[in-house]
Each structure stands twice: as C-alpha cells, then as structure tokens.
Write a protein that binds this ligand. Structure first.
Ligand code: REX
Length: 404
C-alpha cells in the first residue's frame, strides 16, 4: 500500500480548529473587502494526490499556508527504490517557478533605477538580440517573439533529456539555439511562452549587477526571507540534503520511468534551475504578493495580466489562474524532467498553495494536479468534479506534453 500522510497543524502547535477559524478572517490589508474565501478542502486535496499517484506519479505533496495555519498532505514515495515516504520536507526542482524569482530580482533593480521595463534590452546588452527593439517588459511577459529552444531540444523526451543532462551551456549557447529558428512574432505582437526570454533575463541580471544570478537570488530573496531549503545550483547535478527523486515518463506509453533527479539544469538556468520546498515557495509567494519584495508599483507591473486562455493569464514572470469558484490566484507552474510544480497564492498573499508531483511528461498527472488549486482555494465550492478533471490546454510545455 502506498504511504498516505495527512497532517493538520495550526500556527502555535495546537491542533486543527485554529485552521478553520483563521480561514474566516480573510480580507487583506490593502485590497477592498471581498467575500470570504471558501475554506480549503483537505479531503479533496488528499484525493487529488491519490489520483496523481494512481496515474503514475511515484510521489505527490501539497502544502497550504493560510494566515499562519498550515495544512499539508503527502502521498507515495520520495524514492521508488528505498520506498521512503515522500513528505513536505523534501526538496525538489521547481522548474519555471524560478522565473518568478528572476523577475523579482529585475523588479528590484528597476526599483533601484538600474533598469527600465520599457527600455530595449539592447540598451543593456548591445547587439545581443537580432531585433534591437525588444523591451524588457516584452521579455518578462513572453511577448518578445524569441523562439523557445526547448521545443526542439525536448521534441523527443528521453533522448532529448539524456543529451543535455550532463551538459554545461553558456547563456549565449542557449540563445544561439533559439536564434536558429525564426521569431514567432514581431516584438510585442503576441504571447508565446519561451524559456529564451528568461535566459536573456539572467544575462540582464548578471550584466547590471556584475554578479551571478545565484548571488542575486541569495542576497535579494533567499537570505532575507530565510528560505533555508532554497538553492540555485548550477551546474552541480545533485540536490543537496533530503529530497524527492523525480521520474520522467518516456513518450512510449507503459515504458519504465527514468530517474531524472541528477542533472545540471544547464538547459534552463535562470529560466528554471532553482530547488526548493513547498514551505519555502509558499513563503516566497506570500512575501511577493504581500508587497515585501518589490515596490508596490513594480508588483503591480508583475500583476498586469494579458489573457492566455479562458482561465489563464500571464503578467511579468507571474501567472494568474481563474478557478471555478470565481477566485483568481497568482504564481507559477514548473515542469522539469521528473517534477511538476504548482505554486500559487491569493492576490493578498495570505493563502498560498504549493503542490508537487514527482513525475513529468504525463498529461494526466499534470491535469490532475491542477485540482490542488481547486481544493486549496475553492474547497467544497469547487465546481469541478474530480471524476472529470479540468483539461489543461498546456500550450506552454514542449511538444509531446504541450500540444497534444
Ligand atoms: C521542458 C521539457 C519544459 C519537459 C520546460 N520547462 O520548458 C520550463 C518550465 C523550465 O518549467 N515551464 C513550464 C519535459 C511549462 C511552466 O512554465 O510551467 N517534456 C518533461 C518533454 C516533452 O520532454 N517532450 O515533461 O519532463
């Protein structure tokens, strides 16, 4: 039998009760009073993780932080060989949630007057991009038209991964792979998700600060927020300390999972190489949305959304999901080999959810895990029945997952 572990904690160590009470006191400090958020539904959260496990995720965890109260759930294994049960203390690869960290660093630089969102990237990195008019805002909102080199890199999931898992790329090499292809649109003309944008964002950080992105993530976010389980390790391939192993599903149905835990993450770097935990990501998102990482005006810029689909929108390094009960949440998703992450919070940052499934290239699991948002923010008011999970039009992920 798989391990099931569901625990309730309240902020001061007392058991439940406090969780329920705290959920009623919703209105934020800066937003106009809105109707109270529905209570999270821990039973359905547990059910979502169980479904993901049945669909092939070796492990799945989720943690909700709500006004200091914590709810968490875990299902399955951190390691298929040792059968160690997975828990919310396990570190994992967060993929593109890294893009929100990268954007925060750039917003801080903008706050310091070192960067302008409307300025062409060319002002800071002369001659780098083929089109000198692409602005910083267009990069961070995926509206530059720069082709996503991961589409071709991972057209075949396992061979693509094996080809890069031990490689070390420079930012310029990654950019070159993008520029082999025509641009997807003129600058600013259309949304088209591309890791290339956040490779250039990493180059901007290094150019403007004279430091590695690692130093900037550490000094500006990780240390101030005391994120003890959050690291940017590149090109080191091992996840330090206690962590969940990640398993990539091959493109052939029914083929054995590939343990993808160790890899350099060099293909992603500032677009996706951070390691973290559910607790640290919740802390990060509530600090960001609560206004503790950037000026109010630059947070508003991140939150200025352009619709991507009927239930999704993208701002700057930040996604919005519109849930079935009318609640909208802000954060990011992440997909790297072996790990699917959802990290979202309410606009005021007072309730946050991070969920992880330790597999990837498995659309069923990806769609199922979207249900963790419904459980966390809509609870019993969710209009989505788990028997018919929401279909995620996941146009943002490389071929095979994305465009099926
Ligand atoms: C890489 C391929 C997907 C994954 C990718 N990841 O672009 C970035 C990210 C860093 O997290 N983006 C997601 C592989 C979409 C986000 O922003 O939420 N897929 C897999 C394939 C497909 O190999 N053939 O599923 O592991």
């Amino acid at each position: 039998m798989p391990h099931v572990n569901v625990t309730h904690l309240a902020s001061k160590g007392t058991v439940l009760g406090t969780v329920v009470l705290s959920l009623l006191a919703v209105p934020s400090s800066h937003a106009a009073p809105t109707k109270p958020l529905p209570k999270p539904d821990l039973t359905s959260l547990q059910g979502v993780l169980r479904t993901a496990f049945r669909q092939g995720a070796p492990g799945a965890v989720a943690r909700i932080d709500d006004h200091g109260a914590i709810l968490w759930a875990a299902m399955g294994y951190a390691d298929r060989r040792s059968k160690r049960p997975i828990s919310n203390a396990d570190r994992f690869r967060i993929g593109s949630v890294t893009k929100t960290f990268t954007t925060v660093v750039l917003m801080q630089l903008a706050d310091e007057g070192k960067l302008r969102l409307e300025a062409p990237v060319d002002r800071y990195l002369p001659g780098l991009l083929p089109d000198r008019t692409i602005t910083v805002r267009e990069l961070l909102g995926h509206r530059s038209g720069l082709y996503d080199y991961t589409n071709t890199m991972f057209a075949k999931s396992v061979p693509g991964f094996e080809q890069v898992r031990t490689k070390v790329f420079t930012y310029r090499e990654l950019l070159k792979r993008s520029l082999w292809h025509p641009r997807t649109s003129a600058p600013g003309a259309a949304y088209s998700y591309s890791n290339t944008n956040f490779v250039v964002a990493g180059m901007l950080i290094e150019k403007l600060t004279g430091h590695t992105v690692r130093t900037e993530y550490e000094n500006r976010i990780i240390k101030p927020l005391k994120l003890r389980d959050t690291f940017y390790l590149h090109p080191g391939a091992k996840i330090p300390g206690r962590h969940a192993r990640g398993y990539l599903a091959p493109d052939q149905r029914g083929a054995a999972l590939i343990d993808a835990t160790e890899q350099t993450m060099s293909w992603a770097q500032s677009a996706g190489a951070i390691i973290s935990t559910t607790r640290d990501l919740n802390t990060f998102l509530s600090a960001l949305l609560g206004g503790r990482l950037t000026s109010p005006s630059h947070l508003r810029q991140m939150e200025r959304m352009v619709p991507v689909s009927s239930s999704q929108a993208y701002g700057l390094g930040l996604r919005r999901r519109d849930l079935s009960c009318g609640v909208s949440v802000y954060g990011h998703t992440g997909t790297v080999q072996g790990y699917y992450t959802y990290a979202f919070a309410t606009k005021d940052g007072l309730r946050s959810l991070t969920a992880l499934a330790t597999t990837s290239n498995n659309v069923a699991v990806l769609n199922t895990m979207l249900g963790t948002l419904e459980s966390a923010f809509c609870g019993k008011q969710s209009k989505i029945r788990r028997a018919a999970p929401p279909v995620e039009r996941y146009e943002d992920i490389a071929p095979g997952v994305a465009r099926d």
